[in-house]
Design a binder for this molecule. Structure first.
Ligand SMILES: [Ca+2]
Ligand SMILES: [Ca+2]
Ligand SMILES: [Ca+2]
Ligand SMILES: [Ca+2]
Length: 652
């Protein structure tokens, strides 16, 4: 059939499998761990706004159910700033932080720089919006001039800052303020000096209301719960312990309430969600690590609303079929470290146990014994060779016999032969990459092959369940100061390594591989080159399937959820200071111009490459880089046309 004869009626195209849109779908985003950020509830938009606290410029919004990110230019990365929601003008006002003295407003879609005069540059000030007098009240902060503590009271009416010439609390920073609408006063508590004091500002004067109640503290957070008409305060620190207590102030008395809730922390932020009647808390610093958990307090109990892994140093991700969970483990770096083991169920993350503090280790899931096996890895300059197994509850050491201390190696579980296969890595013993192959049967490590891929690190492996081989791709080695990247594909059949077809993804390391059991292909994503590219290996050839996937330059991990038939990928977001979780059920095949549709423009490419069964794609007409062999059997024929037709979306 001549190519020109290919034609079809768009209306006749079936919907195909419509369960999930094709391509990578962003399923979950959340801010990274942080402290020194600020939060306010935006009543007009019904979301809690979070800004700053980490090295990013993202404006985060908590909907009550999920986090969303808006990467909109604005105040930029800063800590120690203060924000308050002006309910009359329906804007969030931000002042200072990071030694700055600028005033910004967020109107729900953009940040506007509103003033550069007013209070001097400072950090650690507090702000609250006085809804009766319609001004944002600012007190104190840490200023540049010695002795740094400031005791000024300022008010912002949306046009200008006014310094109120009044006496009041001692100069301080690290205090917190909230506006009590039922009594029309701004309440101040704590700070780095006289941190046990409770003050109230009525617009004319400050009154010291209490010197008893919560212990002295700074870097705590405080909101006004308008549903229950009281001030809620949580955490903070004072030379000595980090605090995790919840207190409420009703205008007369402080009462300590529920003891079970967020762990002790300081530098966190809170806002009162007036639509849902809960105080929302995010992040902070627990004395060792910054946190990324989202909590809600309804006056009776704290509820953990969201948690997710923060950025790890080279973690691993495996799918545990028996438990129906994708498990991630890794090390964040820094000490002290309280590692966690994380689980993704398709909609949310949760910490399911204590983790292991190794980066650059290797893992595989042994489906017969129902354990995840982890080997090696490193902590800073120390390299380890311990084998651990995770049974869904805890990690148990299985000893140090077998492959020596190493990192940047890879493992896959060979279902046919019932062993974990390990290859390569950077070997501590020889201070070089290694090319040894080992198997672990649950009891014993055995070194199995002497010839195979050249020594390397940063490669990836996956087990092809239909073809019963372990697939290995890429990696790098360092003969000399400049690393050499590899683009070779190997398969291990249980007795020997065989190098298979080239011509696939470019040379790279720190990419990820996962076997898609529903479609019988190994998926590759990202790595040190082609960070957004996805490829598929079907046992005969590589095909590039997408160049618009998640940006993944090596800090990403990927696994295949065989129960839900989706490939899951976890990676840092390229902007905004957060992490993302993506899922893929299938690629959009036939989108040759990569504009996220399959339309007549793509059909022109298909037609040009069409060359009939058992022939290579048309040698002169098919444009370079266009891969129209959609079933991967080497030709572009009617079988490929059928796939093209099934994927046809029309112009979108
Ligand atoms: Ca297209
Ligand atoms: Ca064919
Ligand atoms: Ca074909
Ligand atoms: Ca198009």
């Amino acid at each position: 059939m001549p190519a020109a004869a290919l034609s079809f009626v768009c209306g006749a195209i079936g919907p195909g499998v419509a369960a999930d849109p094709p391509g990578w779908q962003l399923r979950y985003v959340a801010p990274n761990d942080r402290s020194g950020h600020a939060m306010a509830y935006d009543g007009a938009r019904g979301v809690t706004l979070l800004i700053g606290g980490a090295g990013d410029e993202g404006t985060w919004q908590w909907t009550g159910q999920a986090w969303a990110l808006q990467t909109i230019p604005g105040p930029g990365s800063r800590t120690g700033h203060a924000i308050a929601y002006d309910s009359d003008r329906q804007v969030v006002v931000l002042f200072g932080g990071g030694g700055l003295g600028d005033t910004w407003e967020w109107d729900g879609s953009s940040w506007w720089l509103r003033a550069t005069s007013g209070p001097s540059p400072r950090s650690g000030q507090a702000m609250a919006y006085d809804a009766i007098r319609q001004v944002t009240v600012l007190f104190g902060g840490s200023v540049e001039q010695y002795p740094h503590e400031n005791g000024e009271t300022w008010e912002w009416d949306g046009v200008a800052w006014v310094l109120r010439g009044v006496s009041g609390p001692d100069p301080r920073y690290g205090h917190a303020m909230a506006y009590d609408a039922s009594r029309s006063v701004t309440v101040l508590f704590g700070g780095n000096r006289s941190g046990f004091q409770t003050w109230e500002w009525d617009g004319d004067s400050w009154t010291l209301r209490a010197t008893f109640g919560p212990s002295a503290r700074e870097e705590h957070a405080m909101v006004y719960d308008s549903w229950r008409q009281r001030i809620v305060m949580f955490g903070g620190t004072r030379i000595g312990p980090t605090l995790g207590d919840t207190w409420e102030w009703d205008g007369n008395l402080w009462t300590q309430v529920s003891a079970i809730g967020p762990t002790a922390r300081w530098g966190h932020a809170m806002a009162f969600d007036t639509a849902r009647g809960v105080t929302v808390l995010f992040g902070g610093f627990d004395g060792g690590l910054a946190l990324a958990d989202t909590w809600a307090w309804d006056g009776g109990a704290w509820t953990l609303r969201a948690e997710q892994p923060s950025l790890f140093n080279s973690p691993t991700f495996v799918y545990e079929e028996a438990r129906g969970a994708a498990i991630m483990v890794g090390w964040r770096g820094g000490f002290p470290e309280y590692p966690k083991t994380w689980s993704w169920d398709g909609s949310s993350w949760r910490a399911v146990g204590v983790g292991l503090a190794y980066s650059d280790h290797a893992t595989a899931y042994d489906i017969q014994r129902q354990v995840t096996v982890l080997h090696g890895g490193r902590q800073e300059q120390y390299t380890y060779g311990i084998t651990f197994e995770w049974d869904g509850k805890e990690w148990r050491s299985r000893g140090t016999s077998g492959p020596g201390p190493r990192f940047d190696h890879a493992m896959a579980y060979d279902l046919r032969r019932g062993v974990c296969v390990l290859f390569g890595g950077f070997l501590d013993l020889t201070d070089a990459e290694t090319g040894d192959t080992w198997t672990w049967d649950g009891t014993t490590w055995t070194q199995v092959a002497v010839t195979g891929p050249r020594p390397r690190r940063g490669h990836a492996m996956a087990y092809d369940r239909a073809r019963e081989v372990v697939v290995l791709f890429g990696g790098r080695f360092s003969a000399g100061p400049i690393p050499t990247y590899l683009d070779d594909t190997w398969e291990w059949d249980g007795s020997a390594w065989t190098q298979v077809a080239g011509g696939g993804p470019g040379a790279r390391a720190d990419h990820a591989l996962a076997y898609d059991a529903a479609r019988g292909v190994v998926i590759l994503h990202g790595g040190s080159s082609g960070p957004n590219e996805s490829w598929e290996w079907n046992g005969r050839r590589w095909a590039r399937r997408s160049r618009t996937g998640p940006q993944a330059i090596g800090s990403h991990v990927m696994t295949y959820d065989s129960n839900r038939q989706r490939t899951v990928l976890f990676a840092p977001l390229p902007t905004g200071g957060g992490v993302g979780t993506w899922e893929l059920s299938r690629f959009l095949l036939g989108d040759f111009d990569e504009d996220a549709d399959v339309d007549l423009t793509d059909f022109v490419f298909f037609q040009a490459c069409y060359n009939g069964s058992n022939n290579p794609p048309h040698p002169s007409r098919c444009p370079p880089g266009i891969d129209a062999d959609l079933d991967g059997d080497g030709d572009v024929d009617l079988a490929d046309f059928l796939i093209f037709q099934q994927n046809f979306t029309g112009s979108l």
